[in-house]
Design a binder for this molecule. Sequence first.
Ligand SMILES: [Zn+2]
Length: 262
Amino acid sequence: MSEFVDIGVNLTSKSLLRDLEGVMQRAADAGVRQMVVTGTSIAATGQALELCTRFPDRLVFTCGVHPHHADEWDAISPDSLRKLAQHPAARAIGETGLDFNRSYSPHEAQETAFRRQLELAGELEMPVFCHQRDAHPRFVEILRDYRDRIGRIVVHCFTDSREALLDYLDLDCHIGITGWICDERRGLELQQLVKLIPAERLMLETDAPYLLPRDLRPRPSQRINEPAYLPHIFGAVARHRGQNAEELAAQCLANSREFFNL
Ligand SMILES: [Zn+2]
């Protein structure tokens, strides 16, 4: 059985915390031994750190403020993140970026929080875990400003256009693929684009509890996505790339280990 790393799990979500032991066990049974817990706010990053202390062999976390929470960004946020990032299980800054799809925070606040987090990543020499939705032109402009100060960058849950993908690859970003690729309607473009990603830049994630793969059978009664479904997502990725599954799994595992220093 192949081994996987889920590079994006919102394990601090109530729906996953409710049955944390079960979620962890089912993930292990499916070959998903290690996971990266996404920090989406200062408070959630603190919770992510707590979870990592409970499962030190299996969890690491990212330290960040999601664009939806960008209006919470203030003068002490950099210090708060800096402190959280000192923990040995902290492996990246983020999730950070721009989300103009739902715009829960004003665009200006999103850009400020994004820039400050990119600066922090440069200062701390940490990788960045990025989120972009309906904001590619502005997002890539800002990313370009900071690119040479930052080592590794992953654009997680990539669902955008060919043009956006080529821009990210041009900036030598890693690309995170979720169960969006399993969607028989929304995922069609991604199914084509996934072939364009160099194998050494590809990583896998569930973004659980969100984005339950639509073609899972039987349909989970709770409709909650969890890390145990990562091999199912991987199957779709391998199929659409027309690549040997065992080789690709080993490559994705190596990419994730190197990116997050696992
Ligand atoms: Zn995201």
